[in-house]
Design a protein around this ligand. Structure first.
Ligand code: AP5
Length: 216
């Protein structure tokens, strides 16, 4: 699996960030999350961050040109022949087409697109209990994956926080945006013969095993 180049698709709360972190920890895969990049821009109050915050707080997708330019700069920093996983990008057909141009320019070829399949009720339960580390980005869940000490990250001791966009009303808008703008990418990548379905309505370790099996 070393050196493999992957995209993780799936609705909000499907477990994309969790699997990306497991790939990073166990395989040294470079994990790029556009959600984390945008949250950093917001935290640092950059021009892109200020613009992105309005969309993110409303549960809407940030405009393509903003996300594409942030992602392009980060992909270019990855050393050649190094494996990477994209979590949360692409989210629209325009982003998927822009990514193909970037890969062509860099001479990179994608191995697989993994579609994490999780029913809606499970997604809602996962998002309502999610907590994330403000230091290292590790992802927890109050019931499914609690930290050993409440509110404290097991890995780095950082404080855990709840994301603003995990509020119930914002989650509904995010799910609608996913159905309308992102779900069409399943067919986009199926047509390219690189889509793999992952039954992700099981625990993280079992989901990760399935990922390994499907990408052998
Ligand atoms: P982003 O941060 O990408 O959010 P998302 O896609 O909505 O996905 P999430 O991070 O909510 O969920 P996840 O699938 O990573 O699940 P996780 O592993 O955390 O984007 C946020 C916003 O940024 C967007 O709304 C948009 O505004 C903007 N944005 C980002 N990218 C963009 C783009 N390309 N274009 C335009 N705008 C963009 O897991 C969820 C919970 O479940 C956790 O608590 C976890 O512990 C638990 N869990 C995970 N796996 C399991 C399991 N197998 N069993 C039990 N519990 C599990």
């Amino acid at each position: 699996m070393e050196g493999i180049k992957l995209i993780l698709l799936g609705p909000p709360g499907a477990g994309k960030g969790t699997i990306a972190n497991m790939l990073r920890t166990e395989r040294g895969t470079v994990a790029l999350s556009t959600g984390d990049m945008l949250r950093d821009e917001v935290k640092n109050r950059t021009q892109s961050g200020r613009k992105a915050a309005e969309y993110m707080n409303a549960g809407k997708l940030v405009p393509d040109e903003t996300v594409i330019s942030i992602l392009k700069n980060r992909i270019k920093e990855i050393p050649p022949n190094t494996g990477f996983v994209l979590d949360g990008f692409p989210r629209t057909t325009a982003q998927a087409e822009a990514l193909e141009d970037i890969f062509r320019e860099l001479g990179v070829s994608l191995d697989f697109v993994l579609n994490l399949e999780v029913p809606r009720d499970v997604v809602l339960q996962r998002l309502s209990g999610r907590r994330q580390c403000s230091g290292c980005g590790e992802i927890y869940h109050l019931k499914n994956m609690p930290s050993a000490r409440e509110g404290i990250c097991d890995k780095c001791g950082g404080a855990l926080f709840q994301r603003d966009d995990d509020r119930e009303d914002t989650v509904e808008t995010r799910l609608a945006a996913y159905e309308r703008q992102t779900a069409p990418l399943i067919e986009f990548y199926a047509n390219r013969g690189i889509l793999r379905a992952i039954k992700a309505n099981v625990g993280p370790a079992e989901t990760f095993n399935e990922v390994k099996k499907q990408t052998l």
